[in-house]
Design a binder for this molecule. Structure first.
Ligand SMILES: [Zn+2]
Length: 72
């Protein structure tokens, strides 16, 4: 049961509760020496999300709808 960053998220295909591969946006502070710090990873319901367990690809929104899990 996810109650923090992945609240309510579950793979709609295999039921895995994460971790997931989510494509979001992050602000990096970069100097001439490289990346110094970063924070504020953000993603939306329309962001790409993949389940590393079954390789199901969908959107974050789709992973928040456990009622779509196949009942077998
Ligand atoms: Zn899965």
């Amino acid at each position: 049961m996810n109650i923090n960053c992945l609240e309510g998220m579950v793979c709609p295909k295999c039921g895995n509760e994460g971790p997931f591969d989510i494509v979001g946006t992050t602000t990096f502070r970069v100097s001439d020496n490289g990346v110094e710090d970063y924070e504020g990873a953000e993603w939306e319901d329309t962001s790409f999300c993949a389940c590393p367990e079954c390789h199901h690809n969908a959107t974050v929104g789709a992973f928040k709808s456990p009622e779509t899990v196949d009942q077998v």
